[in-house]
Design a protein around this ligand. Structure first.
Ligand code: F6R
Length: 265
């Protein structure tokens, strides 16, 4: 796991956008398969990628993308659906084909079948080249809440009270906040060839410390990322504030700044 402690969201967005740019350029005309997240954490990265598209000509035209999750009960057109969120914050502002950006259908009549079909579609696309993740204050990634199987597949999940409370800021009334989602499983996420997780703020500090330095456990689902050979974690000082090995991460990033990124850390 490669941990970058950055000064602010803009600095972090550049580190993450560099990974996206390299993935997209390496795939060339065959097209990278991108794993996209919603929530506030990836937004600075999407803003930087939109800038690179507009100013530097970075093209996503050949790419396909899969979202991590979607609320059950919200149709794609609902303004708080993740389908709508990713279009507003990224997809509509670059040249990726709208139809190439896939998310679980939260309005499916059979959400369990929809979830199984979603895993099949990711496999059929050849798997995800680069997956971006945020992290919940309780250590969830996608909507794999504490207690999730570390081998879980895409499925219907119930959200914890703390996640429902965290999400309530996006809805007009508490009664409108969805309580279930279709979420990629931890086992599904681990199949991505490279993963980058980004977090900021003190509210994420305990989860980030567990992610990087805690025991691997369903209690903190993000700890499963310790088993993946190519994970980059990009955090600001506040989110890094409970990392016991922060000095070591800073030191090793400085030592490595002149050598190419390895695929196995
Ligand atoms: C979003 C997702 C969630 C969020 C997490 C952090 O697609 O799967 O796991 O990444 O809840 O949310 P923010 O970034 O809003 O703090």
């Amino acid at each position: 796991m490669e941990i970058h402690i950055v000064a602010d969201a803009d600095a972090g967005a550049k580190v993450v956008a560099d990974l996206f740019e390299r993935t997209v350029r390496d795939a060339g005309d065959s097209g990278a398969v991108l794993g996209l997240a919603t929530g506030s954490s990836p937004v600075p990265t999407y803003t930087e990628l939109i800038r690179r598209h507009r100013v530097e000509g970075l093209s996503f035209a050949a790419c396909r993308a899969f979202l991590l999750d979607e609320y059950v009960g919200l149709p794609a057109g609902h303004e708080q659906s993740y389908h709508a969120f990713i279009r507003e914050n990224f997809v509509s502002k670059v040249d990726i084909e709208d139809a190439s950006v896939i998310s679980p259908n939260g309005a499916a009549t059979d959400p369990a079948a929809e979830a199984a079909e979603y895993d099949r579609r990711i496999s059929e696309a050849g798997g995800v080249d680069l997956q971006i993740l945020g992290i919940g204050s309780n250590g969830h990634i996608a909507f794999n809440e504490p207690g999730s199987s570390l081998a879980s597949r895409t499925r219907v999940v119930g959200l914890t009270r703390s996640t429902i409370a965290d999400n309530a800021r996006y809805f007009d009334s508490p009664a409108d906040v969805p309580v279930r989602a279709i979420s990629q499983g931890l086992g599904t996420i681990l199949e991505a060839r490279r993963i980058v997780l980004t977090a900021s703020g003190e509210g994420k500090a305990a989860a980030v410390a567990q992610l990087a330095e805690g025991a691997i456990s369903a209690r903190w689902p993000a700890t499963v990322l310790q088993t993946h050979p190519a994970v980059t974690v990009v955090v600001d000082e506040a989110a890094a504030s409970q990392l016991e090995l922060a000095d070591y991460y800073r030191h090793s990033r400085a030592l490595e700044s002149d050598i190419p990124l390895s695929t196995d850390r």
